[in-house]
Write a protein of this length. Structure first.
Length: 207
């Protein structure tokens, strides 16, 4: 939070500087009218991340951006460009089949939930603050940050791609920690383990 505050101060008396100070206040102030809704988005994101086995901290500044959706981030970028596939879940492209009545749009609440639970949105909010300030966490269509759809990569490759994308500025520890988050999101929600009944347990013990 303090880093964001000083970053906004450095921008000084500019339109973007005032804009960022306003967003910072609404994201962190205990009297912000957006506090409760941002808390809700943070809680939902943490619950969704836990389904992937991820316990990393949510970037509150980005959670506020997701809450508002149309607010720009620290660098003046918007979610429709940063998480394109996820944004498509909320605002699907219009098509003749919809206008002809052969297909219907999903209800807005369901589209909003789909947007917030999308791996691209989670990867954006789960980006560590150090990397977020460098612009990490954005995904192009068909990608999860630096991982293309269908790719099978190891942690070293993901960390190397992040290192190159961020011009080698962050530490390898930060890159590897974020790389692990991306790999979990890319792998999808793990299948639940089958429940073992008492009878099966007794048969296994007897064998």
């Amino acid at each position: 939070m303090l880093s964001d505050f000083f970053s906004a101060l450095i921008r000084g008396l500019t339109l973007h500087g005032f804009d960022q100070m306003g967003h910072l206040r609404r994201a962190h102030s205990p009297v912000s009218p957006w506090r409760a809704r941002t808390d809700q988005v943070v809680a939902q994101a943490q619950a969704e991340a836990s389904r992937y086995g991820i316990t990393a901290k949510i970037d509150r500044r980005r959670a506020y951006q997701v809450t508002r959706m149309l607010v720009s981030n620290r660098r003046g970028e918007h979610l429709s460009d940063l998480v394109a596939d996820a944004y498509q879940e909320f605002s699907p492209t219009s098509a003749a089949t919809f206008h002809a009545g052969r297909r219907s749009y999903v209800e807005p609440d369901d589209r909003l939930r789909g947007f917030r639970a999308h791996p691209q949105t989670l990867a954006y909010m789960l980006t560590p603050a150090k990397l977020a300030r460098l612009g990490a966490g954005a995904s192009s269509p068909g990608h999860l940050v630096v991982i293309a759809e269908g790719e099978k990569l190891d942690l070293e490759t993901v960390a190397t791609r992040l290192h190159e994308a961020l011009d080698g500025k962050p530490s390898s520890g930060d890159l590897r920690a974020y790389g692990e988050i991306l790999l979990r999101l890319h792998a999808g929600v793990p299948e639940p383990e089958p429940e073992v009944t008492d009878a099966e347990s007794e048969e296994s013990a007897a064998a």
